[in-house]
Write a protein that binds this ligand. Structure first.
Ligand code: C5P
Length: 245
């Protein structure tokens, strides 16, 4: 094993020399509810240099030919729990929590497939994990220190989804509406909305809710400090190098 003495290679240590486990925020919410915007705003406001953003999209299963044809006709259910590789997701999140390096698949929404390259991610002080089913799996739920549900009205979500899927994900109007009414909307009521009960905080309207974001950020700061983590001014001295996995 090599030992790299550089910033950005967690795990991190507090002043007592104990490893500081990353603080994991799980962000759940319907499609196009603003989960990524909330995550980005939290990252911008956090006074913490090393934050990792992990998305459930990375864990979509690889489709076989038949499923691929269904996806092309907007008939494959990407909103059902079976569409996700929860085992890979669990091990990835666990490794990140332990401060270890992971290779995360990169998902392409246009081709419905994983790209050949992967993204290397490291554990961090704060890990944000966002997706439509982040509260669905009990093991994943247990790994989250704070659970945030982004609650945005269905009409707003549908309007955003139409715009996004047509402009960025290579879809057409009819296809998006068909997928939405047959799969996206039903799955929301089966697999997303009922899991809101697990949320510690519910954010109405998503990313524009500055007060909610500020409250989340304050909580994260408090929790990190309780774990012995020093915020920015003293941070430069709070880490040491670790052998890479
Ligand atoms: O970014 P967002 O949370 O909306 O991404 C999840 C959505 O992506 C799901 O509602 C699913 O229907 C959609 N999806 C898709 N095509 C894929 C994979 C996911 O339309 N190939």
């Amino acid at each position: 094993t090599r030992t790299i003495y550089t910033a950005g290679r967690p795990p991190w240590y507090n002043s007592a020399g104990q490893q500081v486990e990353p603080f994991v925020i799980g962000i759940c919410g319907g499609s196009a509810s603003g989960k990524t915007t909330v995550a980005t705003k939290i990252i911008e406001s956090l006074d913490v240099p090393w934050v990792t953003l992990l998305s459930m999209d990375s864990f979509y299963k690889v489709l076989n030919e038949k499923q691929h044809d269904m996806a092309a006709r907007n008939e494959y259910n990407f909103d059902h729990p079976d569409a996700f590789d929860f085992e890979l997701l669990k091990t990835t999140l666990q490794r990140l929590k332990e401060g270890r390096m992971v290779e995360v698949p990169i998902y392409n929404f246009v081709t419905h497939s994983r790209e050949s390259r992967t993204k290397t991610m490291y554990g961090a002080n704060v890990i944000i994990f966002e997706g439509i089913l982040t509260f669905y799996n009990v093991d994943v739920l247990k790994m989250c220190d704070m659970k945030v549900f982004v609650d945005t009205d269905a009409d707003v979500r549908l309007a955003r989804r139409l715009r996004r899927d047509i402009s960025q994900r290579g879809r057409d109007l009819e296809g998006v509406l068909k997928q939405y009414s047959t799969m996206v909307q039903p799955a929301f009521y089966y697999y997303i909305a009922p899991f809101m009960v697990h949320a510690d905080i519910i954010v109405p309207r998503g990313g524009e809710n500055e007060v909610a974001i500020e409250l989340i950020v304050q909580h994260v700061h408090t929790q990190l400090q309780l774990r012995g983590f020093k915020l920015r001014e003293k941070l430069a001295h709070s880490y040491i190098g670790q052998p890479l996995p």
